[in-house]
Write a protein that binds this ligand. Structure first.
Ligand code: 13P
Ligand code: SF4
Length: 322
């Protein structure tokens, strides 16, 4: 039986050893990255130690832009598969690696290419706008893509009375607030954002009366109704940086809240209700990033026809500019 003092020492030794391993891995990653002239792109939801080794952290749109314009021929993408696929599609000459091949997005997997083809048959006069949170074969069947940062602007740019919007029904309903176009939503959703409830927002407001509420458009409409601002993940960072306000209630995945607290230590950030996690976003560890760089795994490879169809839809979105 260990005494309390022995238990404390054991705990301290374990912490020191973990920190040494983390620092060691961090250094090895930076060395390897330099040697291979690679760039590490990291989504806002990744764990803090992965965010800390990023060359660039951002939301889906920021990261897609960065992937397209980087001169680097080796991109390590720490996020989920649809994001790494988007990077490869927009920069076909680069080798794009995803450190965890099992990091998918359940919402992206909710719609298949065949389901979209069926919807197109049902509404032959509609234009198809797909959220970037889709697999490449669904993008290839779409006319244009959008992200959480530009969805309403993308739909407004379309010269059509009807738009099929896939796969997020909540983003579709958010866009419908700003356009006259008839939106035909697909019935997909994000299990992480759906967990924020209107009661959570009301309780958080009561607990922090001076805070502004910022939520992601993947939240349910009742939650969106109660927000002060509805923004993409990087949109929330920018908003909090520029705002005079010092406290914010955040309705999105915990990784972003950790980033905001780190970058804006003089401000306070509270999760809207319980902290919510996207398990696929949390899979990538520093060791995975190291292995990915060392062994150049796991390379994103796409069928040429799928890639060129998806590129057309993505480039149409990119051509709208910022
Ligand atoms: P952002 O593009 O706003 O970062 O959103 C991506 C995402 O997957 C949200 O769940
Ligand atoms: Fe997909 Fe939701 Fe995770 Fe974003 S938070 S990657 S939409 S499951």
């Amino acid at each position: 039986m260990l005494t309390n003092l022995e238990r404390c020492r054991l705990f301290r030794d374990r912490m020191v050893s973990q920190m040494t391993t983390r620092e060691h891995l961090r250094r090895k990653i930076l060395e390897l990255k330099e040697k291979k002239e690679a760039i590490i792109l990291v989504h806002n939801y990744q764990i803090p130690e992965v965010q800390e080794i990023a060359d660039f952290i951002g939301d889906s749109l920021d990261l897609a832009r960065k992937a397209m314009t980087t001169g680097s021929k080796l991109i390590v993408f720490c996020g989920v598969r649809f994001m790494a696929e988007t990077a490869k599609i927009l920069n076909p000459d680069a080798k794009v690696l995803i450190p965890r091949k099992d990091a998918g997005c359940p919402m992206a997997d909710m719609i298949t290419r065949d389901q979209l083809i069926e919807l197109k048959r049902k509404y032959p006069d509609a234009v198809v706008c797909s959220y970037v949170n889709t697999n490449a074969d669904v993008k290839a069947e779409s006319d244009i893509c959008c992200t959480s940062a530009n969805a309403a602007r993308v739909v407004s740019s379309l010269d059509s009375k009807r738009v099929i919007f896939t796969p997020d029904r909540n983003l579709a309903s958010y866009v419908a607030r700003f356009v006259d176009t008839e939106i035909i939503p697909f019935d997909g959703y994000c299990y992480v954002h759906r967990r924020f409830k209107a009661e959570d927002i009301k309780a958080a407001r009561a607990a922090h009366p001076n805070a502004l509420v910022l939520v992601h458009p993947e939240c349910d409409p009742e939650v969106v109704d109660l927000a002060d601002e509805v923004l993409s993940t990087s949109g929330m960072v920018e908003f909090a940086k520029k705002s005079e306000v010092k406290e914010f209630i955040i309705g999105t995945e915990e990784g972003l809240i950790e980033r905001m607290a780190r970058e804006l230590p003089h401000k306070r950030f509270y999760s809207a209700g319980k902290a919510r996690f996207c398990f696929n976003m949390k899979k990538t560890t520093l060791k995975d990033v190291y292995d990915s760089l060392e062994n150049e795994q796991y390379e994103i490879a796409l069928d040429d026809e799928v890639a060129s169809g998806a590129r057309r839809a993505l480039q149409r979105m990119m051509s709208l500019g910022k």
